[in-house]
Design a protein around this ligand. Structure first.
Ligand code: MF3
Ligand code: CO
Ligand code: CO
Length: 272
């Protein structure tokens, strides 16, 4: 069942969890430098969420059926890693691109968000992939309003990604969120307008497109978590958690340090 928030206090709790999750990404931003390891970023993240925010990591020990427990407080997905990269000894170098994905639990509510980071100067292709993927996420968000369908969301994302010559990962999707980490509905990042779940006020979910510079096929590494592009092309992802409002959408994982939304999305943001 999808998670629908009806009570204003509950929505405030969800807002607070999401705001804290986004603030962790702000906090980590200056540490993304050539020479830092992904393990160090995880250590900083764990320390900040525990000692400063007093919230819990939703990912440490997270073990959906068929998966070993996830060992870290963030996912660090570098270059051709699509998602669920496990922090460790990997040293970031100039030109790398990185997704950091954080999910926390505050007061029983889950806040889930991710962003792309560039280590030093990205290549022209990496910049275009990151920007296009950001636009994809916001084009999806723009579709969100009562009466629209998840097919409208997926279609907007797919169309923009493919017209840029990129491909959409099919095996992973956005999801219902709230009192649970991963719930219905599945928010596919491809689809046909007018199909799928119809949106209603109070629905809580994420939009988190994973877009590959090359082909869409994936491979999962032996650690059973890390997902990479089969052709080793670059991959990018951005993620927000949101609630459907009476008139549109409220993006919940906002923070002062997030990149400005594309111009076309200001209408969506104005409803925050
Ligand atoms: N935060 C991811 C998502 O957006 C899920 C990460 S699960 C983990 O749904 F165990 F890999 F951390
Ligand atoms: Co998510
Ligand atoms: Co996430």
């Amino acid at each position: 069942m999808s998670q629908i928030v009806t009570n204003p206090q509950d929505l405030d709790r969800m807002r607070a969890a999401c705001k804290d999750a986004a603030s962790i990404l702000d906090y980590l931003t200056p540490f993304v430098q050539p020479g830092v390891t992904t393990g160090e970023l995880d250590r900083l993240c764990m320390e900040y969420l525990t000692d400063e925010l007093h919230v819990k990591s939703a990912t440490v020990g997270y073990a959906p059926p068929g998966y070993p427990p996830y060992p870290a407080s963030i996912c660090t997905s570098v270059n051709h890693v699509i998602c669920h990269g496990i922090p460790g000894d990997k040293v970031l170098k100039n030109g790398d691109i990185l997704n950091m994905d954080i999910t926390i639990i505050k007061d029983g509510w889950f806040g889930d968000t991710s962003r792309m980071y560039c280590v030093g100067e990205p290549s022209i292709l990496a910049r275009r992939l990151i920007d296009t993927t950001y636009e994809c996420m916001w084009l999806g968000i723009e579709q969100v309003r009562p009466g629209a369908t998840l097919g409208d969301v997926g279609h907007a994302i797919q169309k923009h990604a493919e017209s840029a010559g990129f491909s959409v990962v099919r095996e992973y999707c956005g999801h219902g969120v709230g009192r649970k980490f991963h719930d219905d509905p599945q928010v596919l990042h491809y689809g046909r307008p007018g199909t799928g779940v119809r949106l209603e006020p109070g629905m809580l979910f994420t939009i988190e497109p994973m877009i590959n510079a090359g082909r869409r096929e994936i491979r999962t590494l032996a650690d059973q978590w890390t997902v990479v592009t089969r052709d080793h092309s670059l991959s990018a992802q951005w993620e927000h958690s949101m609630v459907v409002t009476e008139t549109g959408c409220e993006v919940l994982t906002v923070s002062p340090g997030m990149p400005a939304p594309p111009e076309f999305a200001t209408a969506a943001l104005a409803s925050v």
